[in-house]
Write a protein that binds this ligand. Structure first.
Ligand code: ADP
Ligand code: MG
Length: 235
């Protein structure tokens, strides 16, 4: 299970500012991620974490460099093929959730399946909702839910679509300690099933539970921390 599923080579991202100026948000970033690994991306606010996650997940084209996801080069595709790839092969948990606020939590969970032509069975929805302690909230409108409940619905929606690779932008930012533990347990289960998780987080305790941390500063990789695998720790 050492296949590289995300490969980033010399990624640079510049954005246009006023008066013809440009800002280099990411500067010559290279790394590979193997299948079945839980990677965290950490660093101060403004260091480029979200931009990096968007670039490596097919959502934001880089200015320079190459990104391969499962050996494919999505930025070279036409829009319809790219949209299908995003729906079917990757999952993204957005920092601002991107739920449909007028719908119920339940309908939000079913929506990606409807768009994908994927049959999501009610028992799967119920089991995942129970795991994230959302059963009582399932038939409420998103508008009526707290931030933490909405964040768990956003997580459940992505997990139900069953992608191989999940990109997560601050997925515990609105959660209390108990919900955070529920969510981390779910993430670990996904990794144990062979899924690859790449997570931006401010939460160093959370990063400590991943197997590898990439530390960003001013748009560059400052260092990498490899956590020891549990079974290799000897007292
Ligand atoms: P982080 O997620 O680590 O807080 P971001 O990736 O959101 O960092 O942003 C990194 C820096 O780049 C910030 O200073 C941000 O303001 C700037 N930035 C990112 N995208 C744009 C953009 N489209 N236009 C202008 N500035 C941007
Ligand atoms: Mg961010």
């Amino acid at each position: 299970m050492n296949d590289v599923v995300v490969s980033v080579k010399h990624l640079t991202k510049e954005v246009a500012l006023a008066q013809g100026n440009t800002l280099k948000v990411l500067d010559d970033i290279s790394f590979d991620v193997n299948q079945g690994v839980f990677v965290s991306i950490v660093g101060p606010s403004g260091s480029g974490k979200s931009t990096l996650l968007y670039c490596i997940s097919s959502l934001l084209p880089p200015s320079k460099g190459k990104i391969l996801i499962k050996g494919k080069s999505p930025y070279e595709w036409r829009a319809s093929k790219l949209a299908k790839f995003r729906r079917k092969e990757i999952g993204f948990i957005f920092q601002d959730f991107q739920l449909v606020s007028s719908l119920s939590a339940y309908d939000n969970l079913l929506l990606p399946g409807i768009l994908n032509g994927q049959k999501i069975k009610p028992p799967m929805v119920d089991a995942l909702a129970a795991k994230l302690e959302l059963t009582a909230e399932l038939h409420q409108s998103i508008d009526a839910l707290s931030g933490g409940e909405q964040q768990r619905v956003a997580i459940a929606r992505t997990v139900l679509a069953d992608p191989d690779i999940i990109f997560l932008d601050e997925p515990t930012s609105a959660l209390d300690t108990h919900s955070r533990q529920l969510v981390m347990k779910l993430f670990q289960e996904l990794v144990n099933q062979g899924k690859t998780l790449i997570m931006v987080t401010h939460d160093l305790e959370l990063a400590g539970e991943t197997s590898r941390s990439i530390v960003l500063r001013d748009g560059r990789i400052e260092r990498e921390i490899q956590m020891p695998a549990a079974e290799t720790v000897r007292i």
